[in-house]
Ligand binder design. Sequence first.
Ligand SMILES: [Zn+2]
Length: 62
Amino acid sequence: MGKKKECPNCATEIPEESKVCYICGYEFPQHKTKGKVFWIAGIVLLILFMLSLVKFLFGIFR
Ligand SMILES: [Zn+2]
């Protein structure tokens, strides 16, 4: 709390947690959270792929 960031559009200092500038309405990009979601989805897909691969291999050896 109390941290501030500068709006790249109008150079006004606004609170760090703000997603939109209250002066000009500039919307700050939210790439960080989006990237995290994609990472988690990728890891889950990788685990599912590996599980199916293990199942496939066990199917061969049986
Ligand atoms: Zn602004």
